[in-house]
Design a protein around this ligand. Structure first.
Ligand SMILES: [Zn+2]
Length: 252
């Protein structure tokens, strides 16, 4: 048990028993914690601590069981994410990935900062698909898959067209495509763009624009990586896939 002051992002808030609420918050200093809010209807915290809200918390953090909020300040709601259907869907997916990437109570302030940065970018209207792709690629290492998309695993060359191979869990250059005939057969420019996303720093991110066709191919490539290395599709991701399908149907 520890008295703490920490920043936090509300992952979700849900009813508990008849009158109480459970609020899961990703705290900067203590990882993800479950907070118990008694008598939610009259709690001064329950209404403020909604999904897509950040706040500074004064709290009792318990290693096991529930934690408790004593005071909150600097409450900020992600307004655009809360109001925009598409931004909300993608932000929900990003948050769900952060939620499954680490165990409750596991300290990971780098992931916390990265998540907040990505949500900030989505909230000011940056391209949701690009932001999501960058987040997905950069947190794959949290699932045990450290990607290297910059060089051929056989010869180390970086200047030739590349494809990805699950047999090697790495890239093969054009000269070594024959090492794995069942390689992914991804277009070399998709690997190139994914490598850029994997290594980009959000602080220096200028407005990247990516063509629709490239976005689709990146989506497919990253889906293949997640199928292989994570093997778990969240409801938020299923929702995005359905949303994309509807969008395609509407265009026809
Ligand atoms: Zn090679």
């Amino acid at each position: 048990m520890e008295e703490a002051i920490t920043k936090g992002l509300v992952l979700y808030s849900r009813p508990y028993k008849e009158r109480d609420r459970l609020i899961k918050i990703y705290t900067e200093k203590y990882g993800k914690c479950q907070f118990f809010i008694k008598n939610a209807a009259i709690s001064k915290f329950a209404a403020s601590l909604q999904t897509f809200t950040t706040a500074e918390l004064i709290a009792t953090i318990n290693d096991s069981g529930f934690s408790f909020v004593h005071d909150i300040s600097e409450v900020k709601h992600y307004q655009h994410i809360l109001e925009d259907f598409e931004a909300n869907a993608y932000a929900s997916y990003v948050v769900s990935l952060a939620d499954i990437a680490i165990e409750d109570g596991e300290y990971d302030s780098a992931l916390y900062s990265f998540l907040i940065q990505v949500l900030n970018m989505i909230d000011i209207g940056k391209d949701v698909q690009i932001m999501t792709n960058i987040f997905e690629l950069q947190i794959l290492s949290r699932f045990g898959a450290g990607l290297n998309l910059s060089e051929c695993v056989i010869c180390g060359r970086k200047d030739l067209p590349m494809d990805y191979s699950f047999s090697y869990n790495a890239c093969l250059c054009k000269e070594h495509f024959d090492k794995d005939l069942r390689r992914l057969h991804v277009q070399p420019n998709v690997i190139y763009m994914a490598n850029k996303f994997l290594n980009i720093s959000l602080e220096v991110l200028e407005s990247i624009s990516v063509k629709e066709n490239m976005k689709k191919q990146l989506r497919n490539f990253i889906d293949s990586l997640y199928d292989e290395y994570v093997g778990l599709e969240t409801n938020a991701k299923k929702f995005i896939n359905n949303m994309d399908n509807w969008a395609d149907i509407m265009k026809k």
